[in-house]
Design a protein around this ligand. Structure first.
Ligand code: IPM
Ligand code: MG
Length: 356
């Protein structure tokens, strides 16, 4: 296949981890006979520095025209430490999600056999966990009206959802759940928030179209506790933007590191693939960041955007094998940490050597 991929390294460790992901894409292409066209573009703090805009129009046009977008990370301490900054790198990420219509962020949370013993959670609790969190990505408090009073002492962010926005994401979650174990947990805060009551009301209507589906409604505070105490009860979870952001960072503890979790953002235009972690500025340029979340995002790209399941399985197997061999970065390996680029090389080598 001819695959045209827009690559957005972004900020912090973004370029280092994306470099490994690109190597993996090329190795897979060589192995399976695909032709890859990478086009690099700007987003985030680097884009502000060069163009004044966090998500330049040129980047948007490229993303729209390509078969998939591979994205690293966004964020820079010079903006984090300046709450008065008018233009912020994160606006680039939000604009990108909004303009590409990427309303669904699919975040799988799984355990890896070689990491079970290293988790701060007891092995019997996390063994065989296999959850998909579907996070709504273009609505809610991230995008609602926000502002300050004239004296600057009062601030507000609005959480806003329409029935239509809830409908499309919950429906998608129902379909995911139907293809798995037919169990869906809908997470909200309907005891307090009006938006959550609309989520629940809308969801109750939609699930009638899926009579075989077992649905469960859970308040987000309870879900935050249950996901650590008894994660095996969950299969597919669906929730609003902000709750999904928080719950998935929390759930990454089950996998063993935030650096391991991939995601796919899907919606109206080109799908985008990104690790769930941020730009980790303290590690920038040090070649120590974990590239596996991004490499597993590449696996999701082959599966979701290109429908190439064998390629995707190949990548996942290579990642598991690197972990089994303790050939991994310092966030996981305590006795013999490897560099970001070494892990990338190891995985590439595994792919090239293995028989199809
Ligand atoms: C994520 C990140 C982003 C978000 C940040 C960088 C704006 O935390 O993708 O989970 O909050 O969505
Ligand atoms: Mg997050």
């Amino acid at each position: 296949m001819n695959l045209d991929i827009t690559v957005l390294p972004g900020d912090g460790i973004g370029p280092e981890i994306i470099e490994q992901a690109e190597k993996v894409v090329l190795a897979i292409a060589e192995k399976f006979g695909h032709k890859i066209q990478f086009t690099h573009a700007l987003v985030g703090a680097v884009a502000i520095d060069e163009t004044g805009k966090p998500f330049p129009d040129e980047t948007f046009e490229l993303c729209k025209r390509s078969d998939a977008v591979l994205f690293g990370a966004i964020g820079d301490p010079k903006y984090d430490n300046d709450p008065t900054a008018k233009v912020r790198p994160e606006q680039g990420l939000l604009a990108m999600r909004k303009k590409l219509g990427l309303y669904a962020n699919v975040r799988p949370v799984k355990t890896f056999r070689s990491l079970i013993e290293k988790s701060p959670i007891r092995p019997e609790i996390i063994q065989d966990v296999d959850i998909i969190v579907i996070r709504e990505l273009t609505g809610g408090i991230y995008f609602g009206e926000k502002g300050r009073s004239a004296d600057g002492n009062t601030a507000f962010d609005t959480n806003l959802y329409t029935r239509q926005e809830i409908d499309r994401i919950v429906r998608l979650a129902c379909k995911y759940a139907m293809n798995r174990s037919k169990k869906l947990t809908i997470v909200d805060k309907a005891n307090v928030l009006e938006t959550s009551r609309l989520w629940r009301e809308t969801s109750q209507d939609i699930v009638k179209d899926f009579p075989e589906l077992e649905t469960d409604y859970m308040f987000v505070d309870n879900a935050a506790m249950q996901i650590i105490q008894n994660p095996k009860q969950f299969d597919v979870m669906v929730t609003e933007n902000m709750f999904g952001d928080i719950l998935t960072d929390e759930a990454s503890v089950i996998s063993g590191s935030l650096g391991l979790l991939p995601s796919a953002s899907i919606g109206k235009l080109t799908s985008l693939f990104e690790p769930i972690h941020g730009s980790y500025p303290q590690a920038k340029g040090k070649d120590i960041a974990n590239p596996l979340g991004t490499i597993l995002s590449v696996a999701m790209m082959f599966e979701y955007a290109f429908m190439l399941d064998t390629e995707s399985k190949f990548i996942r197997e290579a990642v598991s094998s690197s972990l089994d061999n303790n050939f991994t970065t310092e966030d996981i390996s305590d006795n013999n940490p490897r560099k970001t680029s070494e892990v990338g090389d190891w995985i590439v080598n595994y792919i090239l050597k293995k028989n199809i």
